[in-house]
Design a protein around this ligand. Structure first.
Ligand SMILES: NC(=O)c1ccc[n+]([C@@H]2O[C@H](COP(=O)([O-])OP(=O)(O)OC[C@H]3O[C@@H](n4cnc5c(N)ncnc54)[C@H](O)[C@@H]3O)[C@@H](O)[C@H]2O)c1
Ligand SMILES: [Zn+2]
Ligand SMILES: [Zn+2]
Length: 385
């Protein structure tokens, strides 16, 4: 089959690889119909995720048609269309029983920090990803959700990650009704966090980024206020936002940026160029300093292990609640499917580009460079893009 292949920092190509086969009775093989590229894939592409091996295939946001089932699979049959959560989870361990599928303790033999994840380096188990013609999906009775017959793949594709991720980010901010919310990052995750904040009843939602085209889109897609931190100056952004929220700051701040944040020379130098902290902790610091005393900080942007220059003294003295995690995708899928079906969220709107699989390197380039108005790229491995 043809599949994306990692060749080293900033280099991916499409290569021939052996077709995946059933390795365990609860596996299925999927013929991939759509595979999206995520901000998390950029951390891989840029070489910031430990143990990302040459030749591995990325891709943890995909839909597909069941091509083959292992002998113990009971819930799926050949021909079923499914959307698959990015976390690989066993469904029965201590964490899975508590809905924490992103913390499953049976699917990642390489670390006790996170569960297995499709196409996300050997530090999350070394599973092959879905930016390919075919992919093996383990624990097939646990993760995949059938796509309703009357729905298109693209309507549900983002239930694999970014919609549940945004929703969990808003939920970790403990939005219950009327809260003021500032979201750092107008990428796909920030956009779905904004939508979800409204769904949970937020009173005011503002998104911060430094890319005008993304802030324009955020206003259209999610009906939010926006601030470009380049316009006010990175040094002034915290005070500027506090001023906008009664001088105290908002009730909730969300970091939907992660380890490659821009805006602080110190964090970028130490975290990205010298590897002296695990990525730039700029957005976390802005969240902690912007939010009002006693407020909530929700960190959904991804950070590597384990050291960071996070202003914990500020967080402690302000009495903040800090919550963070990989998204536990599976538990949100049925509920968010309902929001899509009932027309409250049209997730397809974030797709700015579609490419055939062969053009995956180009798709990575424009998504990474944030060029050509790129919000989200989707690969179409079979048929017309
Ligand atoms: N926790 C999870 O389960 C989970 C799931 C999916 C993605 N993620 C993470 O969420 C983050 C965002 O993903 P995405 O797909 O939206 O990525 P993206 O790269 O498309 O978006 C990130 C945005 O942040 C902006 N930005 C950079 N520095 C900033 C700053 N200091 N303040 C405000 N905005 C800033 C960028 O301009 C960009 O628009 C990534 O770290 C990704 O790995 C986490
Ligand atoms: Zn993702
Ligand atoms: Zn488990």
């Amino acid at each position: 089959m043809r599949a994306l292949s990692y060749e080293g920092p900033y280099k991916v190509k499409v290569a021939r690889k052996p077709d995946p086969g059933i390795e365990h009775p609860n596996d299925i093989i999927l013929k991939v119909t759509r595979a999206a590229i995520c901000g998390s894939d950029l951390h891989l592409l840029h070489g910031y995720v430990p143990d990302t091996r040459v030749g591995c295939t990325f891709g943890h946001e995909f839909t597909g048609v069941v091509e083959e089932t292992g002998s113990s699979v009971t819930t799926l049959r050949k021909g079923d269309r499914v959307v698959v959560p990015f976390n690989i989870s066993c469904g029965s361990c201590f964490y899975c029983q508590r809905g924490l599928s992103g913390n499953c303790e049976n699917t990642n033999p390489n670390s006790d920090i996170a569960s297995g994840v499709f196409g996300y380096s050997h530090s999350t188990g070394g599973y092959e990803g879905g930016q390919a013609e075919y992919v093996r999906v383990p624990f097939a009775d646990v993760g995949p959700m059938k796509i309703p017959d009357d729905m298109h793949e693209e309507e549900v594709l983002f239930l694999s990650d970014i919609f549940p991720t945004g929703y969990q980010a808003a939920e970790m901010g403990e939005i219950k009704g009327g809260e003021t919310v500032v979201i750092f990052g107008a990428g796909p995750v920030g956009l779905f966090t904004a939508k979800s904040a409204w769904l949970l009843g937020a009173g005011r939602v503002l998104v911060v980024d430094h890319l005008d085209y993304r802030l324009d889109f955020a206003r259209r897609f999610a009906g939010v206020e926006t601030v470009n931190f380049k316009d006010v100056g990175a040094k002034n952004i915290v005070l500027h936002l506090k001023e906008m929220f009664s001088g105290r700051g908002p009730d909730v701040c969300v970091d939907a940026v992660g380890m490659e944040a821009e805006g602080s020379k110190m964090h970028s130098a130490l975290g990205l160029h010298m590897n002296m902290e695990a990525g730039a902790a700029t957005a976390i610091a802005w969240c902690i300093d912007t939010v009002r005393k006693g407020g909530n900080v929700s960190i959904i942007g991804v950070y590597g292990p384990p050291w960071n220059l996070v202003p914990v003294g500020n967080a402690m003295n302000k009495g903040l609640t800090l919550r963070m995690n990989q998204c536990n995708v599976r538990r949100y899928m049925p509920h968010l499917l309902k929001h899509i079906r009932e027309g409250r969220v049209d997730a397809r709107k974030v797709i700015s580009h579609r490419f055939p699989l062969e053009k995956a390197p180009k798709a990575y380039e424009i998504f990474s460079d944030k060029s050509d108005g790129c919000i989200k790229c989707v690969l179409v491995p079979h048929g017309e893009a």
